[in-house]
Design a protein around this ligand. Sequence first.
Ligand SMILES: [Mg+2]
Length: 279
Amino acid sequence: MQIPSSRAVASDWLVVTDLDGTLLDHAYDFSAAAPLLRRLEQQGVPVVPCTSKTAEEVEQFQAAAGLSSPYIVENGGALHFPHPEGWQLEMPHQPTPGGGVVVPLGWPRQRLRPLLDALAAELDTRFFALEDLSQEDLMARTGLSPEGAALAARRCWSVPFVLAEDQDVEAVESLAAARGLKVLQGNRFAHLIAPGSDKGLALEVLRRADPRRRAVLALGDSPNDQALLDGADHAIVIPGANGPHPRLRPAIAAGDYQLACASHAVGWADAVATWLAQG
Ligand SMILES: [Mg+2]
């Protein structure tokens, strides 16, 4: 893979990326993209994680990847600026313990949780919220360490859950929408979030905070990334082992999304380096 010259990579783009299934593989490995991530950080091109993960999980990723950029957590539930200098924060925000700020965009988890139980009752089924799973079950489903599973369970703005085996996620999404809520399908879990708070809305807020009004290159792999991909200036889908997610295929076929040449960090680094080299 060719990493573009330093001059080419210092472009006027923000890179906004999903993590699980996009930059990270199922073992949470992103090593094939690590050199490019370091280079982008050094050259002032923000790489903004936009993920269903919690803030504490993303902080771990940022430290491992050497990133200091803002990040979007819990499917757009909040936008964090760990280093707010240089960003225009005109929207309501709160300080965080490490000297950063957080812009809340969704509803608190405590408000969402009873609404998930009400949806399940209406569908005459039961959903298993991530916070209800035993640590062993959560580790088995996610491949996380005990510490990682604990961080993943500390939700503030969303309620991830597992559907019953015979449950159709699209029926759950429709009922949620009819009740003024939003359910999004991710890699391992479905996610109940506040209406109107998705990765696309978080992207709009990020754009408003960017004084340079840079163009956005977005990358994702799942239906919960569609609002992000649709809100970007250029959208790249990262395929899984069996190709792109079936629900993203129509937009790829229509030419709205570019399909990366390989899965996870390999495809991510190739697609980002190639796109930024073009200008
Ligand atoms: Mg994903």
